[in-house]
Ligand binder design. Structure first.
Ligand code: GUN
Length: 279
């Protein structure tokens, strides 16, 4: 079997076009504040992408580039100011933050009604309860891809590899919310291959090149690769050995061009939702 390639770039363009149309219907232009502390090169690329997405979607972007030695107090003061601003509907603080700033404190300072990343404990609690306010962008992007390609989750065995707060845990909850039978695997899982071989839907979100090889994938499985790594040749790749796994899977996401663009598009959807709720 040769898998259908799930085109996240094309679907993200559709989602963004929908966001642009919705933004035009609002009385006030939606606004997203994006904060970057320091000069992490990967974060700089992500933030540039978010600024561009806002422009594409008719969303005002207030971007803040703070030096690496910004204090926690200064960052918290900026978040407090943005919480109070009526022209700011969403606030995103790019992670990771420099080590001297407590990430948890900053994420908890963002007002839940502007928490378009869905990283605040309130947002996470709502996701856990199955009653989300904002959906976490990467897992929501994966669900959107599954829907677009007509892949039913209910009754399927879903295996999520990775248990991060940003992807693995909320991904498991969204799959559970659609009645998948979900297993979460991590670095202490004794037999990762045996677990993965059970999966009808396999989501890899670890950040390790070639973690998922073809012998770990059931014939006809749906394989979603959330990771963004660079291989030994410096080429972008995910966690999945793509060429070999694509021969066994029924559907597969490429890297780049799969989940990444969907993550960005879902942030635009969340910002629109925040703006609608606040108007
Ligand atoms: N760093 C890596 N991914 C993300 C994300 O989705 N949101 C934020 N704020 N930081 C990140």
């Amino acid at each position: 079997m040769s898998a259908v390639v799930m085109d996240g770039k094309a679907l993200a363009a559709k989602v963004k076009a929908r966001a642009l149309a919705a933004a035009g219907q609002l009385e006030r232009q939606p606004g997203l504040a994006v904060i970057l502390v320091g000069e992490n090169p990967a974060s700089q690329v992500y933030v540039r992408g978010k600024v561009k997405d806002c422009a594409d979607c008719g969303i005002a972007c207030f971007d803040y580039y703070l030096p690496a030695d910004t204090t926690e107090e200064q960052l918290l003061a900026l978040v407090a100011e943005l919480n109070d601003r009526s022209d700011v509907d969403g606030i995103l603080c790019q992670l990771p933050l420099p080590g001297h700033i407590a990430e948890k404190k900053v994420l908890e300072a963002i007002s839940p009604d502007k928490d378009v990343d869905a990283f605040h404990p309130y947002s996470m609690g709502r996701i856990l309860r199955g009653d989300p306010c904002f959906l976490p962008c990467t897992p929501a992007g994966v669900m959107e891809l599954l829907h677009e390609y007509g892949i039913e989750v209910a009754g399927k065995k879903c295996v999520v590899v990775g248990r991060s707060n940003i992807v693995g845990k909320p991904m498991a909850l969204l799959l559970l919310g659609e009645n998948g039978t979900v297993t979460v695997c991590h670095s202490r899982t004794p037999d990762l291959k045996a677990e993965c071989l059970q999966a009808d839907i396999l989501v890899a979100a670890v950040g390790k090149v070639n973690l998922i090889t073809a012998d770990m994938v059931k014939e006809g499985a749906v394989v979603i690769d959330v990771a963004m790594n660079r291989n030994a040749e410096g080429k972008l790749c995910g966690d999945v050995d793509y060429p070999a796994v694509a021969e066994k899977a029924s559907f597969i996401t490429p890297v780049p061009g799969g989940v990444g663009p969907m993550t960005r598009a879902m942030l635009m959807e969340n910002t629109l939702a925040a703006a609608k709720a606040r108007q």
